[in-house]
Write a protein that binds this ligand. Sequence first.
Ligand SMILES: [Ca+2]
Ligand SMILES: [Ca+2]
Length: 92
Amino acid sequence: MLLNFMLNSPFASPWFGSDTACGAGVAPDTDFDCDVDLADFARFQACFNGPNRRPARPDCAATDYDDDRDVDLNDFAILQNCFNGPNRAPKC
Ligand SMILES: [Ca+2]
Ligand SMILES: [Ca+2]
């Protein structure tokens, strides 16, 4: 019922992105489709550059899940904790 309200409300617009589709979402769901799957991992992998280094690409801020300005194994641990495959709710 709450989901129907959210999807049919005036706030269910692209301006609100994933916040209306699946709640607040989780950080590793970088494509905002309410799962953490290989598509999200592929983006993470493209951004991975190790600790204390800038991400591999300038558009990688979303994959710095712990917000410490790198994309490293600590971020991977967060993704791994949430990974649950396509079209399934994240585990975290
Ligand atoms: Ca996803
Ligand atoms: Ca990080």
